[in-house]
Design a protein around this ligand. Structure first.
Ligand code: NAP
Ligand code: ZN
Length: 346
């Protein structure tokens, strides 16, 4: 067992405090990682604030982990001490079910073990990346490409794969009109991926002041969702809308912006249920879909794709004692575009 310093919350909406936890003894196929940077995903806020059911407290959030391998178990083959590595949203899966065998560990039939706020298969709580060290089975660790800085790479471990995976699956590419709804942590990375894939990209954001940055990330068009006129102007326009908004949206209004056969893909995960009128689907054979992060091979593929295409999260690096304030700012959408904790300040 190895003691490690963490930032933890004792109950829903409690402030962060420094604490220590024990990481498990290295197993033969384990990698021990000294965490350098940990991104703050809005899912961390949903979890730490108890928005979603089943929060396990005390909680150490963090599933956008970038660090350096400190030690490896004797059977580890993919990693060596000193490697630059990442860990995303989950740290175990059964490895045997049809979904694991297809590389879709996030849909493991036994239920994947989330990086934090979860119980491992022995029943122990998992603690995430707001921490100096983590021990993870090598199968759930990925390589961070050499040309990527560790701090900017960390958000890709969740925001990157969560947007890359559905954009690829629903074939964002040349000739496709793709709208990215919400320009936060996920949204600003989604713009870059959709642009690199060759789609015509439109950003739909409440903010008036983000247009130049959206165009800089590769967007072709930008509209404020606070302007009701856009729902007439853009009716029937898009093949895909990737919804990254952390709060409920007016589903019918956004469905009306889709072409025949268009799809509204939800990755934003508010706790509250949404409603829609079936005629919004029926009349133009539209679909509503959802997507959950992505598989491990696809996560590595996404990192390599991002490195090859110069895709890079725009981050604000913060100290460990600024996390409460960062959560407040994210809730006000006052972040451009991802906070990343410098773990050396913990
Ligand atoms: P974020 O940085 O806070 O971005 C969310 C964006 O949504 C905001 O920047 C804002 O964009 C828009 N928004 C927020 N509140 C809104 C409101 N009340 N009405 C309309 N728009 C609003 O969050 P994130 O880290 O990108 O995460 C976004 C969501 O995805 C969260 O719910 C998170 O839990 C979820 N998520 C899901 C997965 C998955 O696997 N499916 C993975 C990671 C995260 P504008 O200011 O541009 O309008
Ligand atoms: Zn996340």
């Amino acid at each position: 067992m190895c003691k490690t310093h963490v930032l933890s919350v004792s109950a829903a909406k409690a402030p962060f405090e420094k604490a220590t936890i024990e990481r498990r003894q290295l197993r033969p196929d384990d990698v021990s990682i000294d965490i350098k940077f940990s991104g703050i995903c809005h899912s961390d806020i949903h979890s730490a604030h108890g928005d979603w059911a089943g929060g396990i407290f005390p909680m150490v959030p963090g599933h956008e982990i970038a660090g350096i391998v400190k030690a490896v178990g004797e059977k580890v083959t993919k990693f060596a001490v000193g490697d630059r590595v990442g860990v995303g949203c989950y740290v175990d899966s059964c490895g045997e079910c049809e979904y694991c065998l297809q590389g879709e560990e996030q849909h493991c039939s036994k239920g994947f073990v989330a990086t934090y706020n979860s119980l491992d298969y022995e029943g122990n709580p998992t603690y995430g990346g707001y921490s100096q060290n983590i021990v993870v089975t090598e199968r759930f660790v990925v390589h961070i490409p050499d040309r990527m800085e560790l701090d900017a790479a960390s958000p890709l471990l969740c925001a990157g794969i969560t947007t890359y995976s559905p954009l690829k699956r629903w074939k964002a590419g040349p000739g496709k009109k793709v709208a990215i709804l919400g320009m936060g942590g996920l949204g600003h990375v989604a713009i870059q991926f959709a642009h690199a894939m060759g789609a015509e990209v439109t950003v739909l954001s409440r903010a008036k002041g983000k247009e130049n940055e959206a165009l800089g990330f590769g967007a072709d068009h930008y509209f404020s969702t606070l302007d009701p006129e856009i729902f007439t102007m853009l009716a029937g326009r898009f093949d895909l809308i990737l919804n990254t908004v952390s709060a409920p949206i007016d589903v019918d209004a956004y469905l009306s912006l889709l072409r025949v056969d268009g799809t509204l893909i939800n990755v934003g995960a508010p706790a509250e249920p949404s409603q829609y009128n079936v005629f919004s689907l029926i009349m133009s054979r539209r679909s509503i879909a959802g997507s959950l992060v992505g598989g491990l091979l696809e996560t590595q593929e996404m990192l390599d794709y991002a490195a090859a295409h110069g895709i890079k999260p725009q981050i604000e690096v913060i100290r460990a004692d600024q996390v409460d304030e960062a959560y407040e700012r994210i809730l006000r959408s006052d972040v451009r575009y991802r906070f990343v904790i410098d773990i050396s300040t913990l």
